[in-house]
Each structure stands twice: as C-alpha cells, then as structure tokens.
Design a protein around this ligand. Sequence first.
Ligand SMILES: Cc1ncc(COP(=O)(O)O)c(C=O)c1O
Length: 413
Amino acid sequence: MVEELRTINVARIREDFPILKRQVNDKPLIYFDNAATSQKPNAVIDAVDRYYREYNANIHRGIHKLAEEATVAHEEAREKVAKFINAKRTEVVFTRNTTEALNLVAYSWGRANVGKGDKIVLTIMEHHSNIVPWQLVAEEKGATIEFVKIDENGELRQDEVHELIDDSTKIVCVASASNVLGTVNPVKDIGRVAHRFGALFLVDAAQAVPHMPVDVRDIDCDFAAFSGHKMLGPTGIGVLYGKSERLEGMPPFLGGGEMIREVHTTGASWKDLPYKFEAGTPNISGAIGLGAAVDYLRNIGMQNVLDHEKEITRYALDRMKGVEGLNIYGPLNMGRRIGVISFNLGDIHAHDLASILDEDGIAIRSGHQCAQPLMEFLHIPATSRASFYIYNTEAEVDVFMEALEKARKIFAR
Ligand SMILES: Cc1ncc(COP(=O)(O)O)c(C=O)c1O
C-alpha cells in the first residue's frame, strides 16, 4: 500500500496523519479530494489542542500571561506564513479563507477604485470565489468583466491575455493553478502585462501555495489569496497577501474591535497594517494551526512536495490515458500542471462514479467544481476530480484504477 518515492518518505509522512488509518466501507481510506481540503497531521492537531488546553485567551487585549502567550503564538504564525511566501509580516492579513480574502479586495479596493466603463479581466477557469465578488463590484460600479479563454490543452490563450488587457483594465485576477484543470498559469508573465497597462494583478493562490514554492515578491502580484485548510491547516483560517502600498491605500473591509486605533462619537481611526483589516476576535487557534502546517511543509520542502505530486500525477495520467471512454480535461504536459485530474468516464454521471468509488473507500470530488463558467465553456455539466497530496501513493492510484474499471463494467451492462 505504501512505498517510498524518490522525493519524500511517504510511509513516514502517512504515519503523521491519523485519519489515513481509518476504514471507509470496510476498505482503507484513499483520500483523493485534496483540492477541496487536505487532511491534517498530528503536528497541526496538537498545536490547536495545546492552545485550548494550555493558553486559551483573547489576543492583543489582555496583559495577563495567557493573553501574552496567545498573542505571541498568533503573531509567530503570521511571521511563519509571511516567510513561507516571501512577504513582510505586515502584508499578511488573516481571513477566514480564500473566498473572504478575495471578497476583501473586491469590496475594499474594488469599490474604491473601479468605476463606470472600467474593465476587470478574469479567466474562464476561475473558481466562483474569484468571479462572483467581481461581478458584484462590476454591477454596482457599471464596469465590465472579460474572461481569458483556454485552448484545447486547457491552457490560457496568450493572444487573449494580450488582447483583453488594455488601458481601461483596472485589475487582472488569475488562479495560479486551476482547481479543475490542474493548469499552472504563467502568472509572472500575465502580471507583467497587467502592470504595463497600469492595472493591478491578483493571484488566487488557493491551489498553488499548498503544492509548490510560491514567492509573491518574485511573482510581483499586488494581492494573493489562499486557504489554510488546503495546506494541512485548520478550516476557518485563510490569508490575504497585499503589497504594503496597496493595503495602506485601501479602506477597511469590516469595522469593529481590534481594527481601530481610536473611536469617538464623531468617527474613528484605524490601526496599522495588517490589523486594519482584522476586525473582531480572530481565529486564534486556526492561525496557530496554520503556523504548525507551514512548519510541517517547510520541513518537507515545497519543491519535494511538488515533485512528489508530479510523480503521482504522471503515473495516474499514464494509466488513465489507457482507459476506454475516459476524457481528461487539462494539460497532459507535466511541466504545466499540478496534481488535480478532472475527467469523465463515458456517459457515467460524475456523481454516480463518485458513489461507486466511495464503496471502495475512495474519496473523489464530483460536480461543477465551483467553476460553472468553465463547465459551460467545455460544454459539460460536471466532472469527476481526483487530486493528490504528499501522503498519496502509486499503490492508491492502482486501487483507484481498478475501481474505475469496475465502474466502466457496471455501466456498460
Ligand atoms: C482556485 C480556488 N480558489 C478559491 C477557492 C475557495 O477556497 P475556500 O472555499 O477555502 O474559500 C478554491 C477552493 O476549492 C479554489 O480551488
């Protein structure tokens, strides 16, 4: 079941994830739904547990010992996240998730800077989280939205990048890696085009930060958003990275405690970054858990994480290509993809396929993958999606292939 691959010691890693020991429908769990959320190692579970057992207190407020310890741990977590993506500590805003981070930018920066006749450029492979907030802004302000399409390999059409981004473009928002196609987009190049026209550049890094080295300074994006729960951390904690000069110029998103410097009956003033954007008691345990997740990933090394996932993906794609009636959506070129494989098997509905695989203890995702515009573009209602992480093995892919074959036979009857 478990083998040691070239890049990392998977057998040892699997020992760190208690959930991987459980059975589903009397079969060993095979968890291939990592693009939706990842499993959590003991180091993360223990960090959250320790906070509640040993130093639970509100932060930035009390001067007692517990408050001090909790504040230090929370801010250390911010420091770890900042280092992980090569940002400054003050440029890391904690949010609930990627979705909230994207809404923060759309609501705060978008409403203050997008006007009538302006253009927002997205791509057809965006997650709903990177579409709907912009639709709300565009509707309110009278702006338009244009979508860069994809070619037959599932890669962004570079001609459209150059055609659509122009002087009227205020912001360009692109997923670093697609949660449906697995495509890794050339964000650095797209950012350069955006900046040449004076537009800002935002990357939805929800499927990138958990799976590959990400350096926001190297990408030169103005904003980046990602979720803790997809990178071994707890749910309910996410990150908005913003360049200092961008965040400084933006009005607050939510108002309340924690984010103010002073409040008077006549008005209020805001704290410095990043606290201006963190109203109310934050997800303290979530941030501490995310810090532990970052430690865990750094210890493995993000290049090793990426290499391992590529190995598994290459193996899975090679085997899947041989299955009769199986359509794969996304690039087959390993250099331009992550470990997310969307597919359809003949006429079998994605939900039916997921149910059959579940009988064998295999967890995959089925549906529109929160990317209905992409489904419409591809003229399909849904896909099945297998997505891998550091603890997945080629032996698991073998079991998955047997289950696919079983499904094909059941539906061929
Ligand atoms: C590319 C991408 N963007 C945004 C999101 C939304 O993440 P969350 O639900 O954690 O806010 C996801 C989640 O699947 C995603 O894959």
